[in-house]
Design a protein around this ligand. Structure first.
Ligand SMILES: [Zn+2]
Length: 476
């Protein structure tokens, strides 16, 4: 029997606000434990939370971009559970009236574009963090009260690869919208997955397991591949799948059972009495809609159409909004999309990766690089020489002409300058010339090499080859 995989993802995205969801404490990663706290996020009795307007604005911006239906009336609820990193013993979240429902995320699959439907998006606060040490577990509440957005998909994903594509697309969207820094290592973007399998053709869903603790894209793909394999093997062997929450262990590349699934009513949700509900402001939504940036997928399609780029090159460029901006500026200045794309995806990206810096810190601005590429495009500089000039630009602010001069000048394309050199080589290499005339066509490369040697690599290859042919034909 053949099985198919069904996956739904719950993504928690930390909103990129300056302060927490319900108090004025700063949101910062890596600070001294328990230094970013106040009576509200410490959960002391008698305090009153206030909704962070910026967090609500960012949530709306996301929901509008995802095409969600916005609730005209939304409220917060208390989700009750007891855990050492949750001082109030409840988390403020949204239960039956989330601020947004529906919407979708488009992804690319081998079979074409696919739309992954969303169930809902809601706002909530993060819990603190337990730090496990050899002496025992410690509590750090710096993260407690950090604004989160939970984005829940329908079980529309049919493979671990699709799950990864979905996450990558969603991450890019959040980055373009500037609502989340999406740093998975620091936990700004976290993902839980629900996975089940069923015989191909069966409508009813199989029993699902929930997988937690995946903190990289490759981790998600590996964990889902592992779990799908485990479920299929169990069913094939005549076993049953038990509904459970599993932990993914990146080091061992396997899952283990964390707990058997609790149900929603275990949390005893009830409306948060300290926060007033929010009534949607239609004007605000229109304003947000008007301010939306071009989204990554639209940009990806536009790059292919406007600059004649391959799907792959366009994808590499749009992955990072700032890199895409850099490319567009460069392409505009040079007037050659493909040439600009080649340089950004190769030389520029190599520098950024090597130095682990964002494009904003690239030592060569798009303006400066455009000067160089214009010389390449006009034939004044060979590709090899342009590479050398680019390398020297990384460590020097000198003008392009100064750098070219220092490196021994630009490409020589003038036939009148090159002709005497070619004639010289013909004189010196009579044997090779004779061989060529005798039919040894391959020997032309040797001749070409000698001429290029005389120009110290600066001769325009096309012009040099042309001159060699010319002289061979003239019989001199
Ligand atoms: Zn606080």
């Amino acid at each position: 029997m053949e099985y198919e995989v069904v996956v739904g993802l719950e993504v928690h995205a930390q909103l990129a606000t300056r302060t927490k969801m319900f108090c004025g404490c700063p949101v910062r990663f890596g600070e001294r434990p328990n230094s970013l706290v106040c009576p509200i996020c410490l959960g002391l009795p008698g305090v009153l939370p206030v909704v962070n307007e910026s967090a609500y604005h960012m949530s709306l911006r996301t929901a509008v971009a995802l095409g969600c239906e916005l609730a005209s009336f939304t409220k917060f609820d208390r989700k009750n559970y007891y855990y050492p990193d949750l001082p109030k013993n409840y988390q403020i979240s949204q239960y039956d009236l989330p601020f947004a429902e529906g919407g979708s995320v488009p992804i690319s699959t081998p079979g074409g574009e696919k739309s992954i439907r969303l169930v809902r998006v809601h706002m909530e606060e993060d819990a603190g963090k337990l730090v496990h040490t050899p002496l025992g577990s410690l509590v750090d509440l710096n993260r407690a009260g950090t604004p989160l957005m939970e984005i829940v998909s329908e079980p529309d994903l049919s493979s671990p690869e699709e799950a990864r594509s979905y996450l990558e697309e969603l991450k890019r969207m959040l980055e373009y919208l500037e609502v989340c820094d999406c740093n998975m290592e620091e936990g700004s973007l976290r993902c839980d997955a629900n996975l089940s399998v069923r015989p191909v053709g069966q409508k009813e869903l199989g029993v699902k397991t929930e997988i937690k603790n995946m903190n990289s894209f490759s981790g998600v793909e590996k964990a889902l591949t592992y779990e799908a394999g485990r479920q299929i093997r169990t069913l094939v062997a005549g076993g049953v799948i038990e509904q459970a929450t599993l932990l993914w262990h990146e080091d061992r590349e396997e899952t283990s059972v964390m707990r058997t699934k609790e149900h929603a009513h275990d949390y005893r949700y009830f409306p948060e009495p300290d926060l007033s509900p929010i009534v949607l402001d239609a004007k605000k939504v229109e304003q947000i809609r008007g301010e939306l940036p071009e989204l990554p997928r639209t940009r990806w399609q536009r790059f292919q159409a406007d600059y004649d780029l391959s799907e792959y090159d366009a994808e590499v460029l749009i992955r990072d909004r700032a890199l895409a901006d850099y490319f567009e500026d460069l392409a505009g200045r040079v007037g050659q999309g493909k040439l600009a794309a080649n340089w950004v995806t190769n030389q520029v990206s190599a520098v950024l990766n090597e130095r682990k810096i964002p494009v904003a810190e690239c030592p060569v601005s798009s303006d400066r690089l455009s000067e160089l590429l214009l010389r390449v495009d006009s034939g004044d500089l060979s590709k090899g020489m342009a590479g050398k000039v680019f390398d020297s630009m990384l460590g020097s602010d000198a003008s392009l002409d100064q750098l070219i001069e220092k490196l021994g000048g630009g490409q020589i394309s003038d036939p009148d300058t090159l002709r005497p050199l070619v004639e010289e080589v013909f004189g010196e290499q009579a044997k090779i010339v004779e061989d060529i005339r005798g039919g040894k066509d391959k020997a032309k490369n040797a001749l070409f090499g000698k001429v290029m040697g005389k120009t110290r690599g600066r001769g325009n290859p096309e012009v040099v080859r042309g001159l060699i042919e010319e002289l061979l034909a003239s019989g001199s």
